[in-house]
Design a protein around this ligand. Structure first.
Ligand code: IVH
Length: 718
């Protein structure tokens, strides 16, 4: 065991690694005792000391942060379905108001109810109405014990394990907090995080999410907290349930106290008295709405004094002391002037409606995505009708535009009464508008249905695909070349000057040499100065060495997003090994093909797409040229500790009872084992839980060693 008394500053990397491993399992052990409500073995102070030391070592050696580190704040997995929680105080909803008059009526009703109070003597808080999910967090003796969704207001779902992954939510309250505290507020996903998640889903060829709210809700209701942990949820505190003691006398003060206890509180909240100042604040927040990094759908007004709130009390389901002043829906009418087709990196033809510019919720909208051919026809992803009366979208139509989740404008519906008489259904192109190649909808082999996406078959011939590919190649998670933005890439791509043009990714790395030999100087071209040219070449040179996973991601293989690229890099280690295996994996169901498919997280579609990429001589030629310019840095070999499973391949199957699958996987990988998704001759161990089926049969058939979870735990040392 590592010596805990060695000061963090003097730890060697090796000692640090060992100690982080020890701390992870020790803290997990105490967490389990604590959350399982068993008797804790150590004092809170000792527990804190362990966590602090873990944090300090991680700060010193960020490269050593383990997936199972306590700093990653992943709680125990829920039992399978969420348990029900009866709220100690019901979680109510709010009445809605829509107009200035409604607000006036609300304020008057408060005065009328309380009677005999002078004008402007009652203060109200005005707080943004966050568009997320309400959550009740219960602390007993200053420790977070339960997090529950609102449910029907009386009974919610216990999502504590998932809430523990939200870093913004304190798990402990300060000493001066009362013994029983229920803090309530909204769990939400930031717009920026939502966009990043969708970009990742898209890059991986997966279905994107509709809006931040639904994504937050879906993320919270995951059975596996690791998934929730990846989704970056956030929280604002604005209300409370049971409190053994009230720390303040007003709504405003209560929220400030929550802030002092470590909860995020909304900075746009104000305490106001006159109707005019309330309405001004509402308009002010409305103006800021498009720029906020979270969705809001109104402003909530609450009587500030808690004694007055108590006197006002409740109607059946909502308090008399509060109301939600909703923003008008962010929709507007405009006309479709044209439908353009954009061609993406993978050849997808995306129709875009060019709209007569219109302001929707404070933002000028000129384009809206029409997604694909079916969407224009009014057919949804699963073949369902998405618009009433089967209407399609046509050029010249008057349409209702909405900014979904405040971000991507969408055409919601068509106003049929305003359709021009001479309008005709939109005919989706059968050829690529950029290169003229055939554009086809592929048939999904499994379902026999047509893919919703129409794709240009031009590949390298298609300029649109080529230029989009370069943009992808230089993007942040790929080569990340500063100074090569969309505009610059377009410029270099369009150029016919041999000293300037960039038609394929390797050309980026020969640009400087070509410049040096030419009289055309980039710095003399408008938009490029001496300094920016020097910086650009520095940025390019800085990427002549590149992490293997970035290189793989940059290749732009369909269905290979960042996560898959990382899996591949880790599994194959070097580019040479990867490329060799992919070329050998051509004949399906051979050993190399099976090996690729056995990587946990890589399915058949992805595997086939990678193999396809390596079959194309043109791809190999481009990669070859690229590799004469850049050197991929091998992926770090798995930590080969002296553990008995280092270098072994293990498959987990059946329902595991001692740990979640992700937990099992992280633990095994931490010990240097490779975790595969299917059983092959190369599998060393199959760990089978109850209900194991075909993988277990396969293991028996191949004579692979099968063990129970307990036997596995004994093997890896508990
Ligand atoms: S107060 C008794 N304040 O709106 C009043 N709710 O329509 C309890 N919400 O379920 C709610 N922001 O999910 C309150 N600043 C805010 C809010 C807020 C969003 C949500 C909450 C609630 C719903 C009521």
């Amino acid at each position: 065991m590592a010596d805990e008394t060695i000061p963090v500053e003097t730890l060697t990397e090796e000692q640090a690694k060992a100690e982080l491993q020890r701390l992870a399992s020790e803290i997990a052990h105490h967490d389990a005792l604590y959350h399982g409500k068993d008797k804790p073995e150590i004092s809170d102070a000792d527990y804190d000391a362990l966590k602090l030391r873990n944090d300090a070592i991680e700060a010193q050696f960020p490269q050593l942060v383990r997936t199972d580190s306590p700093s990653q704040r992943v709680g125990a997995a829920p039992a399978g379905i969420f348990a029900q929680v009866v709220h100690a105080r019901p979680m109510l909803s709010l009445d809605n108001t829509f107009s200035d008059e409604d607000v006036q009526d609300f304020v008057s009703s408060v005065y009328r109810f309380l009677g005999q109070l002078p004008d402007n003597s009652i203060a109200f808080t005005a707080e943004p109405k966050i568009d997320g999910l309400s959550m009740s967090l219960r602390y007993e003796n200053r420790k977070l014990v339960t997090a529950a969704t609102r449910g029907d207001g009386t009974t919610g779902e216990n999502v504590t394990a998932n809430i523990l992954t939200i870093k913004e939510i304190p798990t402990e309250l300060p000493e001066d907090a009362p013994d029983i505290v229920e803090v309530r507020g909204e769990v939400y996903m930031a717009k920026s995080d939502f966009l990043a998640l969708n970009a990742q889903m898209e890059a991986e060829g997966k279905q994107t999410y509709v809006n931040p709210r639904n994504t937050a809700s879906g993320s919270l209701r995951q059975l596996d907290p690791k998934v929730t942990a990846n989704r970056k949820l956030r929280f604002f505190a604005y209300a409370w349930g049971e409190m053994s003691q009230m720390p303040a006398e007003t709504q405003w003060e209560m929220v400030q106290v929550f802030g002092r206890w470590g909860f995020p509180i909304n900075p746009l909240t104000q305490r106001l008295t006159s109707i005019s100042s309330i309405l001004d604040h509402y308009r002010e927040i409305g103006l800021q709405r498009p720029d906020l990094d979270y969705d809001i759908d109104g402003v909530v007004y609450k009587v500030d004094r808690l004694d007055l709130q108590a006197r006002l009390g409740f109607r059946s389901r909502s308090p008399r002391w509060a109301t939600a002043h909703k923003f008008p829906a962010e929709q507007a009418f405009t006309t479709v002037e044209a439908i353009d087709i954009q061609v993406g990196r993978t050849g997808a033809l995306t129709p875009v409606a060019r709209l007569t510019p219109i302001t929707v919720g404070g933002v000028v909208v000129t384009n809206a995505t029409l997604h694909n051919e079916d969407y224009i026809k009014g057919i949804g992803n699963s073949g369902d009708r998405i618009r009433p009366d089967d209407h399609d979208i046509r050029i010249g139509d008057t349409v209702i535009v909405q900014r979904a989740g405040d971000v991507i404008p969408q055409v919601l519906d068509v106003v049929l009464e305003k359709r021009p008489e001479d309008s005709a259904p939109y005919v989706f192109p059968k050829t690529c508008p950029v290169c003229g190649s055939h554009a086809v909808r592929e048939k999904n082999e499994k379902t026999g249905k047509l893919d919703s996406v129409t794709r240009c078959t031009g590949g390298f011939v298609c300029r649109a695909q080529a230029v989009e590919h370069i943009k992808h190649f230089v993007s942040r998670n790929a080569f990340d070349i500063e100074g090569l933005g969309t505009k610059q890439v377009d410029f270099f791509f369009e150029s016919d000057d041999p000293a300037l043009m960039i038609r394929t990714a390797p050309d980026i790395f020969t640009l400087k040499a070509r410049q040096d030999q030419s009289l055309t100087k980039l710095e003399n071209i408008e938009g490029f100065g001496r300094v920016s040219v020097r910086k650009l070449f520095e940025a390019i040179d800085a990427r002549r060495e590149i992490a293997l996973h970035r290189l793989i991601f940059a290749l732009g293989i369909r269905h290979v997003g960042e996560t898959t690229a990382k899996l591949l890099a880790r599994s194959y280690g070097s580019y040479a090994a990867f490329a060799e295996a992919m070329q050998a994996a051509g004949p399906k169901f051979g050993d190399t093909w099976n090996e690729l498919n056995s990587i946990d997280g890589i399915g058949e579609v992805v595997a086939a797409s990678i193999v396809e990429f390596f079959k194309e001589p043109r791809n190999l030629e481009v990669v070859q040229r690229l590799l004469s310019e850049v050197t991929p840095v091998d992926a770090e070999a798995p930590i080969t500790s002296d553990s008995p499973v280092a270098g072994k391949t293990v498959v987990f199957t059946g329902s595991l009872e001692r740990f979640t699958r992700d937990e099992a996987k992280a633990r095994a990988e931490g010990l240097g084992a490779k975790v595969a998704g299917s059983v092959s001759k190369k599998t060393d161990y199959v760990v089978a839980g109850p209900g194991a089926g075909s993988k277990l049969d396969k293991a028996r058939e191949l004579g692979v060693q099968v063990m129970t979870e307990d036997e596995w735990l004994t093997l890896i040392g508990g």
